[in-house]
Design a protein around this ligand. Sequence first.
Ligand code: SAM
Length: 204
Amino acid sequence: MVEEQLIPRGIKDKSVLKAFLNIPREFFVPLGLRKFAYADRPLLIGYKQTISQPFMVALMVQLLQLKRGDKVLEIGTGSGYQAAILCYLGCEVFTIERIKELADTAEEKLEKLQFKVKIKVGDGTLGWEEFSPFDKIIVAAGAKIIPPPLLSQLREGGRLVIPVGNLYHQELIVVDKRGENEYIKNNAGGCIFVPLVGKYGYED
Ligand code: SAM
């Protein structure tokens, strides 16, 4: 996975590559799909949701430009795999998942690997005010707009990575917060995610 999928497509951050070598992706994949755990594609994890393609997780995490100790909010816990990668990289991880069953399974798995993550079941488009501001925010579902609470809960100098578009295609948008209402946006390329459902996302 690292040599054939990540490095040739531009994942250069050594700590990110190390995290991918050390987190057992198969542990986060349903039993019947484990033989495909390192395949170059997303996999179903139940409830019509997916564990994202390894390259997409690596690209988003690399774009975050993480530092050890960064306080990171993840929207869309899913299997818990990306949260494990963020923990391995030394971040303090807060993650929100709207489907309770997925959140419970992810929590159990992260605990087994001894990663301490704060998980909440709820609508991630509202962010997690109580623990804001966050140094970095990563959204692992396709948004129709950038949810305003995520922008306000980002620390000045912080970065948000979010897929934005329609239900069938999104662009990976990198937002740097430079001042209270000053945001610089860059497009890191096309992608396809399951929909972000919630107050500032799609309807259920
Ligand atoms: N990061 C995950 C992983 O490593 O397995 C993959 C996430 S999956 C592509 C997207 C997840 O976002 C789904 O589990 C879905 O239920 C969740 N989701 C969608 N809308 C959400 C919302 N408003 N708040 C929280 N989670 C949401």
